[in-house]
Design a protein around this ligand. Structure first.
Ligand SMILES: NC(=O)c1ccc[n+]([C@@H]2O[C@H](COP(=O)([O-])OP(=O)(O)OC[C@H]3O[C@@H](n4cnc5c(N)ncnc54)[C@H](OP(=O)(O)O)[C@@H]3O)[C@@H](O)[C@H]2O)c1
Length: 291
């Protein structure tokens, strides 16, 4: 039986969630566009996650679009009291599956209402403002205008907590001067560590950091050092990558994505994997090699 409690919890908004959660993006069709080939299998993954103790699911209405939110509603509504669903706004999909900014006041307001309707909720637990100044990664620039809109939606009672995604440290500071920031969701994994300093700063202030692409994203991590450590520990490379993140800092909340129940079980079992210090030293070298 999988016991994800062993990985501990961390504060997300006004709740504590388990540090191993689930990211729903992989449940949409190829390229995160359109429906999955097997919707029943997607529903089974979501139900297995919650049955295994997951109480934090990451999603967005731009996955599909609207596909993952509707699957979550079909699989899990009415939701368990302790389930925290985190969504994100700020992007939209083109007809060609492209990812486009959607930052006007109207677009942000519509996105909150779309998420409420498709998830079947009266209020969204956490909404991440996904910054799209560059699609390739965080880029400097003021986020005051869209954050003002989201803060207003929060004041209207439609959003409990505000998070940020794809942001620089400067933008996090700007946002914290305007609203209470519940979490930051940026790309980070064992091979991609641009946010090391930001993670430590947020940990010191008790703010959750939620790495996206924890397993490397669309092309999962491949590294001989990772495989060697996994073999030595009788674990899989993906489990070691997750265990490394759990050990990296106490404020990291993990949302590995998968469309497979077998991979989900494998990933959640990383909660029990303890990495010896020599393994951590080897794993810490991976990012240096990738740089
Ligand atoms: N804020 C943002 O801009 C942003 C961007 C991207 C993602 N996200 C969020 O972050 C979550 C996690 O990111 P992600 O799903 O894109 O990437 P990920 O978790 O790094 O990796 C997912 C990929 O790894 C594969 N995988 C998962 N478990 C595996 C295992 N045990 N063995 C082998 N392969 C495995 C999946 O394929 P299978 O389906 O075959 O398992 C999928 O191809 C998303 O679900 C989404 O909620 C946010």
């Amino acid at each position: 039986m999988i016991r994800i409690d062993t990985a501990g919890t961390f504060r997300l908004g006004d709740r504590s969630v388990k540090r191993l959660g689930y990211g729903a993006m992989q449940l949409a069709g190829p390229g995160v566009f359109g429906p999955p080939k097997d919707p029943a299998a997607a529903v089974a993954v979501l139900r297995e996650a919650v049955a295994s103790g997951v109480d934090h699911i990451d999603t967005s209405d731009f996955y599909g679009p609207h596909v993952t939110n509707r699957l979550i509603r079909e699989a899990l509504h009415p939701y368990p009291d302790d389930l925290t669903i985190v969504t994100k706004i700020g992007a939209r999909r083109g007809h060609d599956a492209s990812w486009l900014p959607a930052f006007s006041a109207q677009a942000l307001t519509d996105a909150v209402h779309d998420n409420l309707r498709n998830l079947g909720l009266d209020v969204l637990d956490v909404v991440n403002l996904r910054i799209m100044l560059s699609v390739h990664g965080p880029a400097e620039g003021s986020i005051e205008a869209p954050l003002t809109v989201l803060a207003d939606l929060q004041r209207q009672g439609l959003v409990r907590h505000i998070g940020l995604s794809n942001v620089t440290a400067t933008q996090v500071a700007q946002a914290r001067g305007m609203v209470e920031v519940a979490c930051v969701q940026n790309m980070y994994n064992i091979a991609h560590r641009d946010d090391d300093a930001l993670i430590d700063a947020l940990a010191a202030d008790g703010i959750a950091y939620v790495p996206f692409f924890p397993l490397g994203g669309f092309t999962p991590l491949q590294s001989s050092a990772l495989s060697a450590v996994a073999d030595a520990l009788g674990a899989t490379p993906m489990q070691v990558a997750l265990a490394w993140l759990l050990r990296r800092a106490p404020n990291l909340l993990l949302i590995p994505g998968t469309s497979s129940v077998a991979h989900l079980r494998e990933n959640l079992a990383a909660a029990d994997l303890v990495l010896p210090d020599d393994a951590v030293a080897t794993l810490d070298g991976i990012a240096a090699g990738a740089a």
